[in-house]
Design a protein around this ligand. Structure first.
Ligand SMILES: Cc1cc2nc3c(=O)[nH]c(=O)nc-3n(C[C@H](O)[C@H](O)[C@H](O)COP(=O)(O)OP(=O)(O)OC[C@H]3O[C@@H](n4cnc5c(N)ncnc54)[C@H](O)[C@@H]3O)c2cc1C
Ligand code: SF4
Length: 339
């Protein structure tokens, strides 16, 4: 399959990248590792006339830590995130999510953390060759008026299948976006729009430069996911959790963040279910079981039949993923207390 024609630029500076994005706006595509974008271009799902490569922007590849946060440059390779001691200590859920991304070749050679959370939403009915798609009526995402994933849907329900996004949302991460007009910060909770066609709150002239993960004293975090194959496969359901212990009673949960991924147009931060764990003990099996059930019931409403496994199965497995993640996080917390 051939790439469509495009003009290629690889500026040496951030200012150069931002100027090109400003000039070409909707006609431009940012090229990080290309493992998502180039595949979509080959299928004619994205046809940018201008590609702006981040190849020479090594200043966007780093992992730093202050007393308040771990900051990761958008162009940092996935393998650097996996190997980072800082990530393993302060944000283990992110390291676990990155270990599950795609294949070793994607993690080692091309895939970046920025590209991971900005990959387009996916749908088995849409992420197909142009030949396949032209054989039938276009769906909403292709400019038509129907949806093959959910009967009578009036909008696109394509699924966010990014591993990194669900983990980072559970960790309460913030993004730093830059344009030639300035920069702004946005929490991941607000960044995902729940629109299957335009899934991000991001302007065409903006570049993701940095991801900030807050350091919360004593917090534990875990990521769990399910996919058909152990490699070269996207999650069909996943869960990220962060639990913060009560400073006055380390056996007790002060606050929780539970996020379910690959079940909707964006990762789902389950605020009510998370809140239900505040004040509970880490080893409260009944509370964890109830949270798993509530997570399943809440997330079930958002998923469409478009991620390669039967919908009832994916819905049922939300409970398992959330309970597993909570149990592993509780075990981490009790190990910390024992130390
Ligand atoms: C076979 C296969 C299996 C995969 N499995 C998984 C998986 O299991 N889990 C998973 O999460 N992903 C998976 N992926 C998707 C993808 O490989 C990874 O998410 C990867 O991390 C994307 O990073 P990249 O740098 O290659 O992104 P690119 O393809 O370079 O970029 C992705 C999108 O983000 C935009 N972009 C990138 N960086 C920036 C930036 N700094 N600012 C603004 N826009 C930007 C690009 O324009 C593009 O639209 C898989 C891909 C393949 C081909
Ligand atoms: S969810 Fe529906 S509209 Fe969206 S890409 Fe899939 S088939 Fe098309």
């Amino acid at each position: 399959m051939r790439l469509p024609q495009f003009t290629y630029h690889s500026p040496d500076t951030l200012e150069g990248v931002l100027a090109l994005l400003d000039e070409h706006r909707d006609n431009a595509g940012v090229l990080a590792g290309g493992t998502d974008l180039l595949v979509r271009m080959k299928h004619r799902l994205a046809v940018p006339k201008v590609l702006v490569s981040l190849k020479h922007l090594d200043t966007l590849s780093y992992i730093k830590e202050t007393s308040e946060m771990v900051s990761i440059g958008a162009k940092t390779p996935i393998i650097d995130v996996i190997r980072s001691n800082r990530v393993q200590q302060q944000a283990p859920a992110l390291g676990q999510a990155c270990e599950r991304i795609g294949a070793v070749s994607i993690q080692h050679f091309r895939g970046t953390i920025g590209g991971n959370i900005l990959q387009d939403n996916r749908c088995i009915h849409y992420n197909q060759s142009q030949f396949h798609r032209t054989g039938r009526q276009p769906c909403h995402k292709d400019g038509g008026k129907i949806c093959y994933a959910r009967e009578e849907a009036d909008r696109c329900n394509s699924t966010c299948q990014s591993d990194g996004a669900a983990a980072l949302m559970a960790l309460g991460a913030q993004l730093n976006l830059c344009s030639s007009k300035g920069e702004r910060q946005v929490s991941l909770d607000a960044f995902y729009t729940t629109d299957g066609i335009h899934p991000f709150d991001m302007q065409p002239d903006e570049l993701l430069t940095r991801i900030d993960i807050p350091i919360v004293p004593g917090a534990v975090s875990v990521y769990q996911r399910l996919s058909f194959r152990s490699a070269i496969d996207y999650p069909i359901v996943c869960a990220g959790v962060r639990l913060v212990p009560d400073p006055d009673d380390a056996g007790c949960i002060k606050s929780a963040r539970i996020v379910v991924g690959a079940m909707g147009r964006s990762p789902l931060f389950l605020a009510k279910v998370s809140q239900s764990l505040a004040g509970k003990r880490f080893d409260d099996i009944a509370a964890v079981a109830q949270a798993g059930k509530d997570a399943m019931n809440t997330a079930a409403a958002f998923a469409a039949h478009n991620a390669g496994a039967a919908l009832p199965y994916r819905q049922a497995m939300v409970e398992t993923m959330v309970i597993r993640a909570l149990e592993l996080a509780a075990a981490q917390a009790s190990m910390k207390i024992a130390r």
